[in-house]
Design a protein around this ligand. Structure first.
Ligand code: GLN
Length: 302
């Protein structure tokens, strides 16, 4: 016989809340509804996701429950979970995010890995990096935490984004190795370009074309910063700019490493190689959808 009193059985325990919320979010077509439910509840209860599993039979406090219910309602309307809780994990690090910055995507971790591999293979112990359009700062911060002697310049056209990138660099203790600069593309003050040039320039530029922007999911299109997503053109304009402007500030044999959209490999390669300044070195598929996602080019020698 079940020894539990009836009221306990029907109380809103962590376990029941997660099951109910997952089903609710699933019915509303929210991606990864179980994960979303766990992230929201863990943040409402100020614990880690994994801690929910030892609290399965606990009942959250009233203020925690109120916070959670409010978030679930907004999540059901396709507001991104990361903006609700103000945080997103990237490369196993927690990043502060707001609607001023693109939410870090797992696909972008492939770019970070490629740069680390390159610096390791070439024995570039203290690389000088430039991250164009840093947004939340996720690429720069992840790279600097992995390469303790690396230095970085992180630029963005948005001062609000730079403030968030700065917070993330401070949070992960790499702010003393990062220079933040408000700039459009590679229009940087000469004083911050190292004399010997950057070893690696990275960018995850707004690569969604104006037409494709209209087709994005509402959770992206209606909430994430438009200028971080689209160039209001064919999605390729930033690659051409990077290919033309980067050589003057790069070390010999420097690498340009860019994230690209699904299906853009050929067009981006053509845009970059069309400048006659680069050679293609690598194409990497992301581990999320197996899509060609990152391209690396080397500055032609001579
Ligand atoms: N990966 C993002 C998306 O699919 C776009 C990111 C970008 O434009 N750099 O919505």
């Amino acid at each position: 016989m079940n020894a539990q009193p009836q009221s306990q059985q029907s109380a809103w325990t962590v376990s029941r809340l997660l099951t109910w919320t997952m089903e609710h979010l699933d019915q509303r077509d929210v991606d990864e509804p179980r994960l979303a439910a766990e992230v929201l509840l863990a943040h409402a209860m100020k614990c880690r996701r994994i801690d929910l599993y030892v609290k399965f039979e606990s009942v959250p406090e009233k203020d925690e429950m109120d916070q959670f219910r409010g978030w679930v309602k907004r999540a059901a309307g396709h507001e991104p979970i990361a903006y609700l809780v103000g945080e997103k994990e990237f490369f196993s690090l927690a990043f502060h995010v707001s609607s001023d910055v693109l939410i870090p995507r797992p696909e972008t971790e492939s770019l970070v890995e490629l740069v680390i591999d390159h610096c390791t293979n070439q024995a570039i112990d203290a690389p000088k990096l430039l991250d164009v359009g840093t947004g939340s700062g996720c690429i720069t911060v992840a790279l600097l935490t992995q390469m303790p002697k690396a230095l970085a310049v992180a630029s963005d056209i948005s001062p609000e984004a730079l403030a968030i990138a700065q917070q993330n660099a401070t949070r992960h203790k790499v702010d003393d190795r990062t220079t933040f600069v408000e700039a459009d593309g590679l229009d940087l003050p000469k004083s911050i370009v190292p004399d010997e040039g950057f070893d690696v320039i990275v960018s995850n530029p707004p690569y969604v074309s104006a037409d494709e922007f209209q087709t994005l999911d509402s959770c992206v299109k209606d909430y994430e910063p438009r200028q971080a997503l689209t160039d209001e053109n064919d999605g390729l304009s930033h690659y051409t700019r990077l290919a033309n402007d980067a050589p003057s500030m790069m070390a010999k044999g420097g690498w340009l490493v860019v994230e690209i959209g699904d299906g853009q490999r050929e067009a981006v390669t053509e845009a970059i190689l069309g400048t006659d300044l680069w050679t293609h070195q690598k194409t990497v598929r992301d581990q999320v959808g197996g899509v060609e996602r990152v391209l690396a080019f080397e500055l032609a020698k001579g």
